[in-house]
Structure formats: structure tokens, C-alpha cells
Design a protein around this ligand. Structure first.
Ligand SMILES: Cc1cc2nc3c(=O)[nH]c(=O)nc-3n(C[C@H](O)[C@H](O)[C@H](O)COP(=O)(O)O)c2cc1C
Length: 190
């Protein structure tokens, strides 16, 4: 036997920030390190996707689109970790959602379970981005975990130099979030 590893669900992690020192990327790395064994998480990069243009759907799409779509299709669920830009989600993340949603009728998102976490240095933890993202996920038919909600504020004080979180309360919450997500993925598995 393999200790249940073949049963592990593959989860694509999308980080809404492209910067190297991103708090959201640090959070994604930390969540991957504390996830229950029933989840196998991998970051899928979105920074190399050209801006979506509907004309691509009629001709030959950029190879980055084809690779992205095929890769996303191979996952069992999605975890979105995003900052808030001007009370919404960053363009890079919206672009990735749009690229994956087309050509019409060939969306790679539909039916697979997801979860959202927003991370910001601000006090309200990217609430606006979190809920704008949820609006698109409703349309894209991604059943998205509702509880616990995760609006992580004060991100500039959260991580030490190694990307660890020392605040015990936050660590406990993040573990609870991942355990709940694992149960959500199990319940909504396609
Ligand atoms: C264009 C832009 C718009 C921003 N708008 C918001 C905002 O609406 N709400 C917020 O909490 N932070 C806002 N910020 C600050 C980001 O939360 C901050 O830059 C954060 O570190 C970005 O996430 P990252 O560390 O993962 O890159 C904005 C930053 C930029 C660059």
C-alpha cells in the first residue's frame, strides 16, 4: 500500500501577486507546508499568460494558454490566495480566470471545489478582493468553501525572515482552514 497517497487530491494554488517578496506567496508556501496529507498542493504560475483576447479563441491560441488550460484540467480543486488591488482582485488573477474559462464551452474550472484566502497589510484583510473573486467563481461553477472565511490582515507583521508565522492564534486558524478545505474537497470531489 502507499499510505493513501494515491487518494490524495491534487490542488492547484493560484497566487494573485507576481512580486517575489509577496505576502500572498509566503502564505501559499506556508499553507502548502501545513496542509493535511489528503491534499497535494502545487502552485500554478499565472504571470506568463498574455492578456486574454477573444480573437485567440478563433485562431491558434498562445502556447502559454494551451499549457495552462491542460495543466489546470489535471487538478481536482483550486486554492486562490490573493491580495486586494483597488478593492478588487489583481488583473493577473482575473486574466488567469478568463483564459481558463474559454473558448466558450471549454472552461477548465467547472464543478471542481475551491477556496479563497485574501492577504493584505491592511486592516480589513482584502475583503473586497475575496468577494469579487467569489463573484467570478459563482459564474465559473467552482463550489467555493464558505466557512471559515479567510481575510488575513496585518500581513506586514505576520511573517518572520524565513516566511514562518509565529503568532499562535493565526497558525491555529490557518490549520483549521486547511482541514476544512480538505473536507470540502472530499465532499465536492468530481
Ligand atoms: C495597485 C495596488 C492597489 C492596491 N489596493 C489595495 C486595496 O484596495 N486594499 C488593500 O488592502 N491593499 C491594497 N494595496 C496594497 C497591497 O495589499 C500590498 O501591496 C500587498 O503587499 C500586496 O500583496 P503581496 O504582498 O502579496 O504582493 C494595493 C497595492 C497596489 C500595488
Amino acid at each position: 500500500m502507499d499510505g493513501g497517497k494515491t487518494m490524495a487530491k491534487k490542488i492547484a494554488v493560484f497566487v494573485g501577486s507576481l512580486r517575489k517578496e509577496s505576502f500572498n506567496r509566503k502564505m501559499a508556501n506556508l499553507l502548502m507546508s501545513i496542509a493535511p496529507e489528503s491534499l497535494k498542493l502545487e502552485i500554478v504560475e499565472i504571470g506568463g499568460l498574455p492578456l486574454y483576447n477573444q480573437e485567440y479563441d478563433e485562431g491558434k491560441p498562445p502556447s502559454a494558454y494551451t499549457e495552462f488550460r491542460q495543466r489546470v484540467k489535471s487538478f481536482d480543486g483550486f486554492l486562490f490566495i490573493t491580495p486586494e488591488y483597488n478593492r478588487s482582485i489583481p488583473a493577473a488573477l482575473k486574466n488567469a480566470l478568463d483564459v481558463g474559462s474559454r473558448p466558450y464551452g471549454e472552461s477548465v474550472w467547472g464543478g471542481k471545489p475551491g477556496a479563497v484566502m485574501s492577504v493584505s497589510p491592511g486592516a480589513i484583510g482584502g475583503f473586497g478582493a475575496n468577494h469579487h473573486l467569489r463573484q467570478s467563481l459563482v459564474f465559473l461553477d467552482v463550489p467555493t468553501m464558505q466557512q471559515p472565511e479567510a481575510y488575513i490582515g496585518g500581513a506586514a507583521q505576520l511573517f518572520d525572515a524565513n516566511g514562518n508565522i509565529t503568532n499562535e492564534g493565526t497558525r491555529e486558524f490557518l490549520k483549521k482552514f486547511m482541514v476544512a478545505f480538505a473536507a470540502w474537497v472530499e465532499k465536492n470531489a468530481v
